[in-house]
Write a protein that binds this ligand. Structure first.
Ligand code: GLA
Length: 409
């Protein structure tokens, strides 16, 4: 009897041990347990409670960026009204890099940046702005400069010493690297410096970053590169409408601290008419997108300035509720978009993709109000109160254009 009991207990213990090790093994094999984004201790850095605003060198200057361009841009942003409108980060994109030293620390290209990055960062900060830089999770950047792979902690230290506040981290030359691991590693390296650095994830939406990046970075590109055109894809580059159609369905993933990034603005770069540029800027605001100007802000036209500095449209982008707006009606070339705002009102966009002007009517129930509601309508491009109206609002929207409103019950 006792022997029976003993052997039964021994058998039970053996079974438990097997079950335990099997469970432990399962856990090891479960890819979810290895995912940094599932670590409950991981948080974002508290930055970007509203979508980041600033300027980036790439769309206009590409690899020709240099110290003079950046200084001119800083002067223009600080004194020309952009800073007051909320533009804050001055970001140098690809091609600033020199070589690594004998210990592996990265240096700047001194021919293009004769004063060095530290001095340039000081210049940016002295103007009350923040300083951003670019690197890549692979061996080389997209422009063929040294990437950060294998040098993540060293590069983070260098950036912190220079005074970097924002890192755009690209995805060229990454081979079979796992994106979540690569971005988490750089996020950890930046965090370890103790300097708050906004992390802009740029892997073009290849690995669905909206599903894992909210505890790793502050924004993630959702598409290939934007091109300075209303519509149409050319290899990896997409027109404004093509980007909109890819970024719109991702609205549930955006929120304070972590935003969908449909790429930098092309306003003022020459490929869009002023009407198209207003629609582009309006859509980015409706999508709570980062507003990163991509033009030569030191030499822009008055029309471009009026677009980038429309504070009413910017306020929609920067609304503290942090909800990404979405398309609520699609009639082909005409669309209605709605974005809920913190005060209970809505920003509304009437979009006309067609080649001729079109009359577009939006009905209150489409934006979540009953038809009997009386609401104050304001036109954000005309800067005009339209009046208090019931049930619906109609406007003639120009070809390739948008009418942007707030509707406030
Ligand atoms: C990629 C990025 C762009 C830009 C270039 C620089 O294409 O998506 O935004 O940073 O690299 O080479």
């Amino acid at each position: 009897m006792i022997r029976d009991l003993t052997s039964a207990i021994a058998a039970a213990i053996a079974a438990l041990a097997i079950a335990g090790s099997a469970a432990a093994q399962d856990q090891l094999l479960d890819p979810n347990t290895l995912r940094p984004s599932l670590d409950p201790a991981r948080t974002v850095n508290g930055l970007a409670q509203t979508p980041p605003m600033g300027w980036n060198s790439w769309n206009k200057f590409g690899c020709n960026v240099n110290e003079q361009v950046v200084r001119d841009t800083v002067d223009a942003i600080a004194s020309g009204g952009m800073k007051d409108a909320g533009y804050q980060y001055v970001v140098i994109d690809d091609c600033w890099h020199g070589t690594r030293d004998a210990d592996g620390f990265i240096g700047e290209d001194r021919a293009k940046f004769p004063s060095g990055m530290k001095a340039l960062a000081d210049y940016v900060h002295a103007h009350g702005l923040k300083f951003g830089i670019y690197s890549d999770a692979g061996a080389k950047t997209c422009g063929g400069r040294p990437g950060s792979q294998g040098h993540e902690y060293q590069d983070a230290i260098t950036y912190a010493r220079w005074g970097v506040d924002y890192l755009k981290y690209d995805w060229c030359s990454t081979g079979i690297r796992n994106a979540e691991e690569a971005y988490a590693l750089m996020a950890d390296a930046l965090r370890a410096t103790g300097r708050p650095v906004l992390l802009s994830i740029c892997e073009w939406g290849n690995n669905r970053p909206w599903e894992w990046a909210s505890k790793i970075g502050n924004m993630w590109r959702t598409t290939g590169d934007i091109r300075d055109a209303w519509a149409g894809r050319v290899t990896y580059s997409l027109g404004v409408m093509d980007i909109v159609d890819r970024n719109e369905p991702l609205y549930p993933y955006a929120g304070p601290g972590h935003w969908n990034d449909p790429d930098m603005l092309e306003v003022g770069n020459g490929g869009l008419s002023d009407t198209e540029a207003r629609a582009h800027f309006s859509l980015w605001a409706m999508m709570a997108a980062p507003l990163i100007a991509g033009n030569d802000v030191a030499r822009m036209s008055e029309a471009t300035r009026a677009i980038l500095l429309n504070k009413e449209v910017i306020a929609v982008d920067q609304d503290p509720l942090g909800r990404q707006g979405r398309r609520v009606r699609d009639d082909g070339d005409q669309e209605i978009w709605s974005k809920p705002l913190a005060d209970g009102s809505r920003a509304v966009l009437l979009l006309n993709r067609g080649a001729a002007p079109a009359r577009v009517t939006m009905n209150w129930p489409e934006i979540g109000y009953t038809a009997t509601t009386r609401a104050a309508v304001r036109d954000l491009w005309a800067h005009r109160d339209v009046g208090r109206v019931r049930a619906r609002y109609a406007a003639v929207v120009p070809a390739h254009g948008a009418t942007m409103l707030t509707v406030r019950p």
